[in-house]
Design a protein. Sequence first.
Lengths: 110, 113
Amino acid sequence: GQQVMQIPQYQHVQEGEDFTTYCNSSTTLSNIQWYKQRPGGHPVFLIQLVKSGEVKKQKRLTFQFGEAKKNSSLHITATQTTDVGTYFCAGHLGSEKLVFGKGTKLTVNP
Amino acid sequence: NAGVTQTPKFRILKIGQSMTLQCAQDMNHNYMYWYRQDPGMGLKLIYYSVGAGITDKGEVPNGYNVSRSTTEDFPLRLELAAPSQTSVYFCASRSVTNTGELFFGEGSRLTVL
């Protein structure tokens, strides 16, 4: 079954509001990756987190990796219409097998 | 630089037919993956390969076969198509030395009727 759980499944926000998606694993992950998929497109890599407690920022996006390396979050500050899409977390089970969460679909009302 | 190329982009199959989805990458990546994505769902790993001649099962391998005779190519074979295999298929690759980033192809949309 799905070993990487992601919530919420959907999120609707007004432009300018913040957005957060959460990722949880039943097992310790060697690292966590985040991807964005625009409607009709393919997933595009955003970032990889490796260290326990790691926090990385990309402009309005903040990524965190939990201390136990079993959870992660992506936070977007002041959403824009260009942020629309589905955000996936993915965790490595071992060194080769990358397993994806079901994703959070973000819609932004202008 | 073409990256990861998938063909065909669209295909309609009848139940019981067979077909091969092609995937090629020109980045000299060792690792290659096949995922399927059902509507509104995440990506499920079908098969993966860590190098030429080596393949392994993912989460949902039943009904599929793969081969990896060269570093560049990783075809996915459906032997007896079933309606449950209607999906969008993504091929991806990555290097062992970079950040771990997966580079995805544009996808192949398969419908089995």
